[in-house]
Design a protein around this ligand. Structure first.
Ligand SMILES: C[S@@+](CC[C@H](N)C(=O)[O-])C[C@H]1O[C@@H](n2cnc3c(N)ncnc32)[C@H](O)[C@@H]1O
Length: 234
């Protein structure tokens, strides 16, 4: 794949490759409509289009990321619609069969998120969950029944919270990929802060996890939620 990035647009990090591998395993065809949320260079949108998805939308808040994605789609000979905006606000009322996202998830000192600097691509507040929580809360409003959400993030921002948030809404959730390794350079710089917050215990390692969540549709999800509250009550 040919990819160019502009200053301020993240070169695809290794977690993008892990997520791309899972994306290639999904059954995509002419009927598939895919949203690459927080697209950066557009790598995941291009993988989806190359894997056969009929309609691919790539979305980012950064003008430069949207421009890079448009250019990269052209360089790779695939059709990708690009949209600029803050997460799902830019695709209000739209539904997709698959949403794939490698959002910012690095734990940062401040809860104030960067508005324009390069660090907007990775900083995600004191728990690293500023974007993950929003995605877990809103994705189902943009998935067709049987649609799939694929997310990648570090275990340092709690895969349990992601799994619980999605299971609690009625998704069927699994972790199809997990890669344990040394902290990446940006996380390594933050190791003392992570340790002081109790987020880093054993050595300087993290798991990069892919979370796959199938949305059964509104009626099945609410039936599942009712059944599980009845089980908890008995
Ligand atoms: C970790 S990068 C991922 C880029 C690409 N998907 C990849 O895997 O290489 C996260 C991206 O999220 C974008 N982003 C940050 N805040 C956003 C928001 N509120 N809405 C949409 N995109 C956002 C950043 O501009 C950046 O391109």
């Amino acid at each position: 794949m040919r990819l160019v990035t502009f200053p301020g647009v993240l070169k695809p990090p290794s977690d993008a490759a892990i997520l791309a591998d899972q994306l290639r395993r999904e059954r995509l065809d002419e009927e598939s409509s895919v949203l690459d949320l927080c697209c950066g260079s557009g790598i995941l949108a291009i993988v989806a289009a190359q894997a056969g998805a009929g309609r691919v939308t790539a979305l980012d808040i950064s003008r430069r990321a949207v421009a890079a994605t448009r250019l990269n789609a052209m360089l790779n000979g695939v059709r990708v619609r690009t949209v600029r905006g803050d997460l799902f606000a830019a695709v209000a009322g739209e539904h997709f069969s698959l949403i794939v996202s490698n959002p910012p998830y690095l734990v940062s000192e401040s809860s104030e998120l960067p508005r324009s600097s390069a660090s907007r691509a990775w900083n995600a507040g004191p728990t690293g969950r500023a974007f993950l929580d929003r995605i877990c809360a809103q994705a189902h409003q943009h998935l067709v029944p049987d649609g799939v959400l694929l997310l990648v993030h570090s275990s340092l921002c709690s895969e349990d919270m992601t799994v619980d948030a999605l299971t609690g809404r009625g998704y069927e959730v699994r972790i199809p990929a997990r890669h344990r390794g040394a902290l990446g350079p940006r996380m390594r710089d933050r190791a003392p802060m992570l340790r002081s917050r109790g987020l880093l215990q054993e050595g300087e390692v993290e798991d990069i996890v892919v979370v796959r969540a199938r949305w059964p549709g509104d009626s099945f999800a609410s039936a599942g939620r009712r059944a599980s509250s009845a089980r908890e009550a008995s």
